[in-house]
Design a protein around this ligand. Structure first.
Ligand SMILES: [Mn+2]
Length: 291
């Protein structure tokens, strides 16, 4: 498996100077850096190529994460919104191809964070989303990108809350580049069995997020890492494992992730780096027994 980290651990916006984080995570020993898609469609072709080259020069690769805004919602009942979403994702996927990115994951079949003050039409949104994801999934395939649908807990999403729903949805879409994505943080809330959830996604799991139940770095909480390791081994998962810790309050990231207390009070960037490195060493040993 390949081990990465989401840049937003260190940042409070859904965009950053990714050149800085490419160098940082390469030095810490990660195989890849996951970046947010928010700024990507605004980058020049040269910047896209420079980022690709920077990753290559540092011996890592890039993956992408995205929480679509309400106007990028493939499941929307509003036809103009669905058209806008398709336009956005088509452009984004072409840019990901230029970046040399082969995986995008997140609630990219809906929008995020969900506005629960509005009524929810799960069956209608499901049907519209299957259609939209089928279309965009084919574009992703043409761009060499896996389109990974992240199963989210009930407070953040309503279409895919369990691995079983993720598998059902991906089978309905029936496009090879469209995959299921699981995250230990969300599974902790929704699944009867975390190992069972992972096993149910055999052959369809495209990306895997890790974090503790309170989103501390892996190894600092009560997530059942051994159970997860055995299940990933059982299904022969050989893909990307991206840790997605969030420990600091503030900014749009703190607001969207709902961080209302400092999980590591007074933490410095140097300590965050050391914690990420320790979590990487922990994951390699806990999930594969590798030092
Ligand atoms: Mn996640």
């Amino acid at each position: 498996m390949k081990y990465g980290i989401y840049y937003a651990y260190w940042e409070d916006k859904w965009e950053a100077d990714y050149f800085k984080y490419i160098e940082k995570v390469a030095k810490l020993g990660f195989d890849f850096l996951e970046i947010a898609c928010t700024p990507i469609n605004g980058y020049s072709r040269q910047t896209l190529k420079d980022l690709r080259q920077a990753a290559k020069d540092n011996g890592i690769f890039l993956t992408a994460g995205h929480g679509p805004s309400a106007d990028q919602n493939l499941a929307s009942p509003d036809a103009a919104t669905r058209r806008n979403a398709k336009k956005f994702f088509t452009k984004l996927l072409k840019n990901l191809e230029t970046l040399g990115i082969h995986s995008i994951g997140g609630g990219i079949y809906s929008y995020w964070p969900v506005d629960y003050s509005k009524p929810i039409d799960k069956p209608g949104d499901w049907a519209r989303s299957v259609k939209g994801v089928r279309e965009i999934g084919k574009v992703a395939g043409d761009c060499g990108v896996n389109y990974c649908l992240e199963v989210l807990n009930r407070f953040e999403g309503y279409l895919l809350n369990t691995a079983a729903e993720g598998v059902k949805f991906v089978k309905e879409v029936d496009v090879p580049s469209v995959k299921v994505m699981l995250d230990t943080f969300h599974m902790n809330i929704e699944e009867d069995s975390i190992g069972g959830a992972i096993r149910s996604a055999k052959g369809l799991l495209g990306h895997f997020h890790t974090g503790e139940c309170n989103r501390r770095v892996p190894g600092r909480g009560r997530t059942p890492w051994h159970e997860i390791a055995l299940a990933l081994k059982d299904i022969g998962y050989n893909g990307n494992v991206c840790m997605e810790p969030f420990v600091r309050m503030g900014g749009k990231v703190g607001e969207d992730i709902k961080i209302w207390r400092e999980l590591e009070p007074g933490i410095t960037e140097a300590k965050m780096d050391a914690d990420a490195k320790a979590a990487l060493d922990f994951e390699r040993i806990a999930l594969e027994g590798v030092r």
